[in-house]
Ligand binder design. Structure first.
Ligand SMILES: Nc1nc2c(c(=O)[nH]1)N=C([C@H](O)[C@@H](O)CO)CN2
Length: 125
């Protein structure tokens, strides 16, 4: 398995438990790594892999459509999008709100999961 990474992707999202967070979008920052078949590199064909441009576009579209109370729920949604729509075998996601708490630059959630029992890669990925 090879891994595609997308770093510091900033997306407008509806997320938060407070009233002001239900009436206005805020920027979340995503760091995403997902598995892709080795065949992509062998055949040099975009059709054999997961197109990271399409992934970022779909995340933007979907996060603009719905509200999540918890950053955990938003994170689970993105991981399931990668599994269900792109058939990624394995996903690591870190998603953060920026500057929402005094003296904290970022706060968020980290999720690492394999689809249907796929084993995680060795440490360091
Ligand atoms: N575990 C969580 N705690 C909190 C969340 C959250 O999503 N998960 N969210 C909030 C508020 O929305 C906060 O981020 C607003 O500044 C508080 N705690």
């Amino acid at each position: 398995m090879d891994f595609i990474f997308i770093e510091e992707l900033r997306v407008k999202a509806w997320v938060g438990v407070y009233e002001r967070e239900k009436t206005g979008q805020q920027t979340v920052e995503l760091n995403l790594t997902f598995g892709v078949p080795d065949a992509a590199a062998e055949h040099d064909d975009i059709a054999d892999t997961i197109d990271y441009a399409v992934v970022t576009q779909r995340i933007r579209e979907e996060l603009g459509l719905r509200h999540f109370n918890l950053i955990e729920s938003l994170g689970e949604f993105v991981v399931n999008l990668l599994f269900d729509e792109f058939h990624a075998p394995w996903v690591k996601l870190r998603v953060a709100k920026i500057g929402v708490m005094k003296d904290v630059r970022r706060v968020g959630v980290f999720i690492q999961r394999g689809r249907g029992g796929v084993e995680p890669p060795p440490a360091g990925v």
